[in-house]
Design a protein around this ligand. Structure first.
Ligand code: PMP
Length: 433
């Protein structure tokens, strides 16, 4: 089937590209239909299209496949769990053994002492929960004016209602209402703690519930924090009774070389959101780690104790939880978080080499096995990503004419160097065209 096979003409003579029934996500449909890469198989750091093309997965899908693709151990765990019990909900008196076990495991790994763990199905879910809980916290404290959620320019926090409203990428906010979907949000500039101080003074700490930030900004172009930045944000939060929500959906579970980026960058949030790496994408699962000062009032032994009115059928999904536990076993057994620290050095050296290409590469950034490359205006990151596909490599264009580098943790040094070499080749080929 070719693109033109799908073109129908309606009464107004505007052609409609019909295409498959599945509506592609985050896509300008006419640009992608007819040229979609249909992935149907994976092995380790590689995926295969239905046409048989083998691609090095330099982005680990959407930053999720940290242990690599199609791991047989996780498949076995999912199979066994589904044969025993697919899931049972965790509402009121009910719970299930796998969700409970995952809660214990995550609390033990958490950078927050004595965490409670809320489980759900993904990153955007977790942001919704964290923002709701932040507002609920202040309302319960009798400080109901503290509702505002501040986030950062270029931030990505998923695309549910809260994530859309606090998005720092303007195109993700547009079109859902004049101000935003959820009222009472505001954005501050990238890496500028003084601007946050000014914003807090202007809005008033009495109106602010939380600051949400990615430790290393991902979709905004891979922007690791400048030295001292996250500590400064944490201090602003502490000084003003503002909750700090760290969005570790990308960075959680080893991507920056520590289990959580909170450890690497020396900050302790009040709420920490996670998803992707908790299961390496083998099951949809995410959640929130919650500090004692937030959860304790909901655990007081009294008839007057409030309820946090949140939950979902798949919160604490047993199969997803079993898969997460097995994924964490593999991360630990195979020393993959430590391996990220080694790979970061390889990545940094390779990207420094690329950065030496004056004129074509504007900037490179690294924070763990997580890199960004900003290309000059005369090169388009989108075109380079397309060319890379032809060379057998996946990257992804991000904001600011940047390319995403986030392969699985299981890559060899040579595979990682080969990937950056391929990017260099793609750049050279474009320049010489
Ligand atoms: N937060 C961050 C930092 C993310 O990168 C993402 C997804 N890329 C999300 C939240 C949303 O996660 P999900 O796509 O699972 O809803």
């Amino acid at each position: 089937m070719t693109l033109t096979d799908n073109i129908a003409t309606d009464d107004s003579a505007r052609s409609i590209i019909d295409g498959p029934a599945l509506w592609p996500a985050q896509a300008h449909t006419p640009s992608v239909l007819g040229r979609q890469l249909v992935i149907d198989r994976g092995v380790g750091s590689y995926v295969f299209t239905t046409d048989g093309q083998k691609l090095f997965d330099g982005t680990a899908g959407l930053w999720h496949a940290n242990i690599g693709h199609a791991h047989p151990e996780l498949a076995q765990v999912a199979f066994d769990q589904m044969r025993r019990l697919e899931t049972y909900h965790i509402f009121a008196r009910f719970t299930n053994d796998k969700a409970l076990a995952l809660g214990e495991r995550l609390a033990a790994l958490s950078p927050i002492q004595r965490s409670k763990v809320i489980l759900n199905s993904g990153g955007a879910d977790s942001i919704d929960v964290a923002c709701k809980l932040a507002r609920r916290h202040w309302q319960r404290e009798g400080r109901a004016t503290k509702k505002m959620i501040l986030s950062r320019e270029f931030a990505y926090h998923g695309l549910h209602a809260f994530g859309t409203s606090i998005a720092g990428l303007q195109f993700n906010r547009d079109g859902y209402g004049t101000e935003s979907l959820v009222p009472d949000t505001a954005r501050f500039p990238l890496h500028d703690a003084d601007a946050i101080v000014a914003m807090v003074a202007e809005i008033g700490a009495d109106n602010i519930a939380a600051i949400v930030t990615e430790p290393v900004q991902g979709t905004g172009g891979v922007n690791p924090p400048t030295p001292g930045y996250l500590e400064a944000v944490e201090k602003i939060c502490r000084d003003n009774d503002i909750l700090l929500i760290l969005d570790e959906v990308i960075t959680g579970f080893g991507r920056t070389g520590t289990m959580f980026a909170a450890e690497r960058y020396g900050v302790t949030p009040d709420l920490l959101t996670f998803a992707k790496g908790v299961t390496s994408g083998y099951a949809p699962l995410g959640g929130v780690l919650v500090s004692p000062h937030i959860w304790e009032p909901f655990y007081v032994d009294s008839p007057d104790t409030p309820i946090f009115r949140h939950g979902a059928t798949y919160a604490g999904h047993a199969t997803a939880s079993a898969v997460a536990l097995a994924n964490l076993d593999i991360l630990e057994r195979d020393g993959l978080v430590e391996r990220v620290t080694e790979l970061e050095v390889v990545l940094r050296n390779a990207l420094d080499g690329l950065n030496a290409r004056q004129g074509e590469v504007i900037d490179v950034r690294v924070g763990g096995l997580l890199g960004g490359i900003t290309l000059s205006e005369n090169l388009s990151a989108e075109s380079i990503a397309d060319d890379l596909i032809d060379l057998g490599y996946i990257s992804r264009p991000l904001r600011g004419n940047s390319l995403q580098i986030s392969p699985p943790f299981i890559v060899s040094d040579d595979e990682l160097k080969g990937y950056i070499d391929a990017i260099e080749t793609a750049i050279t080929d474009r320049v010489n065209r």
